[in-house]
Write a protein that binds this ligand. Structure first.
Ligand SMILES: NCc1[nH]cc(CCC(=O)O)c1CC(=O)O
Length: 341
């Protein structure tokens, strides 16, 4: 007889987090059959509760630490995270057990409804236009190409940010969001422009792990490790491990301007992983870019690809850029905000 048991799933309480958890439960229960039940345990994390402290000052783990405490003391068995919100080094006793298939990993531009489709791309916005993002990665990269645009903080969950964008008195002419969140919540029609490395007028490399979900479990919990294998997408997991290895090697947290882009490509008749990385100074004036394409067969090789490229970029100036940012973080954390306006 098959054993009956209940798996407790931890998640943040935002609409996106709950939608993502539903997706994971659907995949797992299909594979596990009716003998395994799933129970959702949702909570608001520090990042959800504190809406004013600059994100960089809240430190690493602002979306994850409290859930991890529940994982360690067995209040939950699996945490479903947006992979990009997961620090690259996990607490003792916690492991990244599965990475799911990726939704579109790109960042996108959303224009206010009141514009009525007047602008199709960032390059069409007039000089002095205000673009909302609280991400130094997004702001720094875009400052590189769009010298005339002004970048301003915009906080809150996706619905809040869309409302601020549409608000006539909000002062935003566009905002930048991840495609994945909008698509998962059914807001496809709000996407005005997709941004990627090849975008005309200036693109953007996305965050490490963006668009994928990470399932975190207790180290040594073989039963749960086996169960969640059903949610793994091997290609995404290898790409994500390469990206996370870049971040770990450069010792950047979620609040540093490191952008990545990974793609599985055909190269000389072989399937290879192409990794692109950009590290940009906060003002967008200094940047180090790199690209490497290799045959990758497992997670160790994926990590080696990320590490190798990151070490090369570190020698070429990326470390200098990040050191300056880390110094600023210690002396004046407020300066890491996109703007004070
Ligand atoms: N930082 C918040 C966050 N975490 C994950 C997503 C979107 C989904 C994803 O990137 O996987 C978002 C919102 C956004 O950046 O627009």
């Amino acid at each position: 007889m098959t054993e009956e048991y209940t798996v407790k799933i931890g998640t943040r309480r935002s609409a996106l987090a709950l939608a993502q958890t539903d997706l994971v439960i659907a995949a797992l229960s299909k594979a596990a059959g009716p003998s395994v039940k799933f129970e959702v345990h949702s909570m608001a994390t520090m990042g959800d509760r504190d809406k004013t402290t600059p994100l960089p000052s809240l430190g690493k783990g602002l979306w994850t630490s409290e859930l991890e405490a529940k994982l360690v003391n067995k209040e939950v068995d699996v945490i479903v995270h947006s992979l990009k919100d997961m620090p690259t080094s996990l607490p003792e006793g916690c492991v990244l057990g599965a990475v799911t298939q990726r939704e579109d990993a790109r960042d996108v531009v959303v224009f206010p409804r009141r514009q009525g489709g007047k602008y199709k791309a960032l390059k069409d916005l007039p000089e002095g236009s205000v673009v909302g993002t609280s991400s130094v990665r997004r702001a720094a990269q875009l400052k590189r190409s769009y010298k005339g645009l002004v970048f301003r903080d915009v906080r809150g969950n996706i619905d809040t940010r869309l409302a601020k964008c549409d608000d006539e008195n909000g002062g935003y002419d566009a905002i930048i969001l991840a495609a994945a969140g909008l698509l998962r919540l059914g807001y496809d029609e709000r996407i005005g422009q997709y941004l990627e490395s090849s975008t005309e007028g200036g693109g953007l490399l996305h965050a490490v792990g963006q668009g994928a979900l990470g399932l975190e479990i207790r180290e040594g919990d073989e039963k749960i490790a086996e169960l969640i294998k059903a949610a793994v997408d091997e290609d995404t997991m290898m790409a994500a491990f390469a990206e996370r290895s870049v971040m770990r090697t450069l010792e950047g947290g979620c609040s540093v301007p490191i952008g990545v882009e990974t793609k599985w490509v055909e190269d000389e008749g072989e399937k290879k992983l192409r990794l692109k990385v950009a590290v940009v100074s906060l003002d967008g004036k200094k940047a180090v870019d790199g690209e490497r394409t290799e045959k990758i067969a497992n997670l160790e090789e994926a990590e080696a690809l990320g590490k190798g490229l990151a070490e090369k970029l570190a020698r070429e100036g990326a470390q200098e850029i990040l050191n300056a940012i880390n110094k600023l973080r210690e002396s004046a954390p407020g300066a890491l905000k996109v703007s004070d306006a």
